[in-house]
Design a protein. Structure first.
Length: 404
């Protein structure tokens, strides 16, 4: 049977504020190109902000009492595939969604259940009011028998196909639940923005003119949500030191602070960064764009000289923003993850520096442009054919666009 209808269960659907929701949006675009319609089932709060008629709010939240309405909505849709997008934070760290597989089967839903595991191995179910010893015994008993697992309940063990987007999640699932390895497939992430069709010289002139910078300004670009775990404060301090030896350097922060992770604290954090920039005397040498449409972000990246990602916990290939910087031909300075990312080696592609190490950020932000540029172009060539369509299409073995 050819897959033409997919129901996606998503904890939220605000692509401009959530990385997982943005991933889902791009997946849906890719499926559309292959003649596959998708219906997103999410919260009523998230759906009310969407103009997409195929995004339906069917639950008030992610508690146990919300599940019957979700199951009924899935049944009404009569999907060929049910696809659950799981990242704990997207569901407000609620556990009820872990019971979805057995409830769907009990309700007569026989469509294959696919779960994309965006993260795994860092948190566990610890219900209040239950003695720790009792819950530990229950977790161990069920996991040893393949009934459930200690982190995601029935969600993984009840899925027909498991998709992972990164090596860390894949390794954690394989180690803890080895009997699920035959169901598991890795679909690597791609750049989270498409490359706009603009010439580099045009993009360079446009970016510098927009912020009143001289034509020969050296632009270092950060791309992504502004969040305390992203190391932006360290980056601002490092930029102040860069200016001492490279007065033409300019720092461009592409992205806003409005995200589900920050919620009501977004304005506070934005103002904190602005205040820090002022205290450091960076007025005129730093620009903060706020949220911008994807095409605008792409044009700004095309006009930059160096990309930088100073994440507090280090950068991995789980970061679509890292891949976006590569796709735009930028050399990248990024913080080293711990444990290391097996497929992300320092060298021709990028410079890795220790986390929270301002002096190293300073050194490489100013000096990496020539030495890394060739490697970044090589990375760009190697990923150019990996469009969202071609990569996302693997998840269900779908034919290419335009094929019968």
């Amino acid at each position: 049977m050819r897959v033409t209808r997919v129901v996606m269960v998503a904890g939220t659907y605000r692509p401009e504020r959530c990385g997982v929701a943005h991933y889902v949006q791009r997946l849906r675009f890719a499926l559309d190109e292959r003649g596959v319609s998708s219906l997103v089932l999410t919260t009523k709060e998230a759906a009310k902000d969407s103009k997409d008629q195929r995004v339906k709010g069917v639950v008030g939240g992610w508690g146990l009492t919300d599940l019957p309405a979700l199951v009924r909505a899935v049944r009404r849709a009569k999907p060929h595939v049910i696809h659950v997008q799981h990242a704990a934070g997207a569901y407000g760290f609620k556990r009820a969604v872990f019971f979805l597989p057995p409830l769907l089967r009990a309700a007569g839903c026989r469509a294959p259940l696919v779960t994309t595991v965006h993260e795994y191995g860092w948190w566990e179910w610890e219900p209040r009011g239950v003695p720790p010893g009792a819950i530990e015994a229950l977790k161990t008993w069920g996991q040893s028998r393949g009934v459930w697992d200690r982190e995601d309940g029935f969600l993984l063990t009840g899925s027909d196909i498991l998709l992972t987007t990164n090596t860390h999640a894949e390794a954690a699932v394989a180690e803890r639940l080895p009997w699920l390895s035959s169901r598991m497939h890795r679909v690597p992430l791609v750049a989270n923005v498409d490359t706009a069709p603009v010439g580099r010289d045009e993009a360079r002139d446009e970016a510098r003119s927009r912020y009143g910078w001289p034509p020969d300004a050296e632009v270092v670009a950060y791309f992504g949500f502004l969040h305390p775990v992203k190391g932006i404060e360290n980056l601002l301090k490092a930029h102040k030191e860069v200016l001492e030896s490279r007065p033409k350097a300019r720092l461009l922060l592409i992205g806003g602070a409005e995200s589900l992770a920050l919620a009501d604290e977004a304005d506070w954090y934005w103002n904190k960064l602005r205040t820090l920039a002022d205290e450091l005397g960076l007025d005129g040498s730093v620009a903060m764009t706020g949220y911008v449409p994807e095409e605008d972000a792409s044009r700004l990246l095309s006009g930059a000289d160096v990309g930088v990602l100073p994440f507090n916990e280090g950068v991995t290939l789980k970061s679509g923003t890292l891949l976006a910087l590569f796709a735009h031909g930028l050399p990248v300075v990024a913080t080293r993850p711990d444990p290391p990312e097996p497929e992300l080696a320092e060298g021709r592609l990028l410079r890795l520096v220790e986390r929270r190490d301002e002096p190293l950020l300073v050194h490489h932000s100013g000096a990496s442009r020539g030495s890394v540029r060739g490697g970044a172009k090589e990375q760009d060539r190697s990923t150019r054919g990996l469009s969202a369509t071609s990569v996302f299409g693997r998840w269900a073995g779908l034919p290419g666009p335009g094929s019968g």
